[in-house]
Design a protein around this ligand. Structure first.
Ligand code: FE2
Length: 275
């Protein structure tokens, strides 16, 4: 018998997530992001996690992340409304949030990115596990992705990822774009002031990942070597990739997403033709 997680075995939590997901489901692309009346318990989870993360960010997050987070100034004491954060990001970089009921399939997620739209959840992780969530939640989406989406250089990389996925026709090409996304915008590291810093959303939004990433096998950012590494989104990453600088990240990853198609990915992976 499969063990149930706390997220699926707590009937109150299941109902609460379903309630918030229903609001997202009913929200059309041009409708305002739903207003959620968060409970005091949810506000407390937000406050606790934001406080812990902020302390770690000062030593472990990249300069670009810290500067963007300062510019966006996401409230730490109370959960903000996603609509308000979206407006602020829009004014900084042109990106907007759209409410999502849960994890969005990669192709749909990327179609949003190509149009400067990021699908964000509005529910929070279970209160008994404030420092861990298997699924993306609003803390991950706002503290991890939202902060860098306010930075024009990162916003461009997200847009380029979306455009690259829109051009990909084969499943193998799409999977490789997803892998590059995973090892950079989700789990990416960057060399700054002689040390390794994090900019990837999964790492900067997770207290556990922030404690763990320096113990991973950290390799220089290179698409060919990245192609040879498998990943599992449900656990800490054994292998991570570090860019030399923001320019390096933009050259290697931005340059790839800007021009890639099924043929160039096939050549990079030295695969048989996809079709
Ligand atoms: Fe994410």
């Amino acid at each position: 018998m499969q063990e149930q997680s706390i997220e699926t075995s707590d009937p109150y939590y299941v109902a609460r997530r379903a309630e918030i997901a229903t609001l997202a489901d009913r929200c059309g692309p041009d409708d305002p992001i739903p207003t959620i009346k968060y409970t005091e318990e949810e506000h407390e989870v937000w406050r606790l996690v934001c406080e812990k993360l902020a302390a770690r960010h000062r030593t472990d997050a990249s300069n670009e992340y810290l500067e963007a987070a300062e510019g966006l100034a996401v409230p730490r004491e109370r959960i903000p409304q996603l609509r308000d954060i979206s407006r602020r990001i829009d004014s900084l970089s042109g990106f907007r949030f759209r409410s999502a009921p849960a994890l969005v399939p990669f192709r749909d997620f990327c179609n949003g990115l190509a149009g400067s739209v990021f699908h964000s959840t509005q529910y929070l992780r279970h209160p008994s596990t404030p420092f861990y969530t298997a699924d993306p939640d609003m803390l991950h989406d706002v503290v991890g992705h939202g902060n860098v989406l306010g930075d024009k250089r990162f916003a461009r990389l997200y847009r380029l990822a979306g455009e690259a996925a829109a051009r990909a026709e084969s499943e193998a090409a799409l999977q490789f774009i997803a892998k590059v996304f995973w090892f950079t915008l989700e789990c990416g590291l960057i060399r700054q002031q002689g040390t390794t810093k994090a900019y990837g959303a999964t790492i900067v939004s997770s207290y556990g990942e922030l404690n763990h990433f320096r113990g991973a096998d950290i390799r220089p950012l290179d698409l060919k070597s990245l192609a040879d590494v498998d990943y599992d989104i449900s656990t800490y990453q054994k292998t991570l990739f570090e860019a030399d600088s923001m320019d390096h990240l933009e050259d290697v990853v931005g340059g790839f997403w800007e021009t890639c198609d099924d043929n160039t990915i096939e050549a990079l992976l030295e695969l048989q033709p996809f079709r």
